[in-house]
Design a binder for this molecule. Structure first.
Ligand code: ATP
Length: 271
């Protein structure tokens, strides 16, 4: 089986509020796959159904492999120390947690502090470490970098890349386009509980054809143009400047960011 997760026509309502309206996607083994969407789109609900933590109304879910989970928010007793938590979880998972494990999980520097003394980033690292203790083949991460500073995000991103390089499959929920573009092999965009896109970031960019911005600097100032067909537009523009005898000093083209495409698909206003 080459898939790690298969979700078919998943439906879920809370009372009369339908949150997932027939969601289908597959996650291939070894890929990093993102569920992307605005607040309330249904990412956490979908993840929790896949994780087996939430009942769903209809549809089918298949998960193929040993699973580790990092929830959107989780907590441990205030006075437990990371070292104790790791030993406890290791006991549950029937694995050995020695100092090498702690070092590999990157929590040695704060292993002896109390949980209440940890920073948000340290707590996230600890929870990721706990999720990794059973040596899962599949990791489910719900907004893994939410609330982290730049250093924390960079460190977590490199951990995710390392895990992928080790062959793990990662399904994560995120709001962060840059994160998704740099980390994920494929992404699914949810809007109001339905899938509006599933594919690679490059496919998403290619799908939105009319997104070229052409910025031209001339001796008379700067101008910007939008175009569907970049080649024709550039030829027309340059010919226009030539005929008017205006010297062109610089040209920049921009295909539009993943964020812009996401905003279009989800019908959101850009801030
Ligand atoms: N336990 C619950 N009971 C009732 N409604 C819920 C429950 N959990 C979530 N919802 C509602 O379901 C919708 C989807 O929520 P969900 O948390 O799955 O979205 P999300 O995409 O993860 O959002 P966010 O990015 O804000 O975390 C929201 O309207 C939310 O209010």
């Amino acid at each position: 089986m080459s898939y790690a997760v298969k979700v078919e026509n998943l439906k879920k309502s809370y009372g009369d509020h339908t949150v997932l309206k027939g969601l289908s996607f597959h996650v291939k083994k070894g890929e990093v796959f993102a569920l992307l969407g605005g607040n309330g789109a249904g990412k956490t609900t979908a993840l929790e159904c896949v994780e087996g933590l939430r009942r769903y109304d209809s549809g089918a879910i298949a998960v193929n492999g040993r699973v580790g989970i990092q929830l959107q928010s989780s907590s441990l007793p205030a006075h437990i120390r990371p070292l104790e938590a790791v030993r406890l979880f290791a006991e549950w998972n029937r694995v050995k947690a020695d100092t090498a494990t702690l070092a590999a999980l990157g929590i040695n520097s704060f292993a002896k502090k109390q949980y209440l003394e940890l920073s948000t980033g340290q707590k996230r690292r600890l929870h990721l470490a706990l999720a990794l203790l059973g040596d899962p083949e599949l990791l489910f991460l719900d907004e893994p970098t939410a609330g982290l500073d730049v250093e924390g995000r960079v460190s977590l991103h490199s951990q995710i890349r390392r895990l992928k390089a080790e062959g793990k499959t990662i399904l994560l929920a995120s709001h962060d386009m840059a994160e998704v573009e740099s980390l994920c092999d494929r992404l699914a965009i949810l809007k109001d509980g339905s899938l509006v896109f599933c594919g690679t970031a490059a496919e998403l960019t290619a799908k939105s054809g009319s997104r070229y911005t052409i910025s031209i600097k001339t001796e008379q100032g700067d101008e910007s143009f939008f175009a569907d067909n970049i080649a024709d537009a550039m030829l027309d523009l340059l010919e226009g400047y030539r005929q008017k005898g205006i010297a062109v000093l610089d040209i920049k083209t921009d295909r539009g960011t993943l964020e812009q495409h996401f905003m279009e698909l989800t019908g959101r206003e850009q801030q």
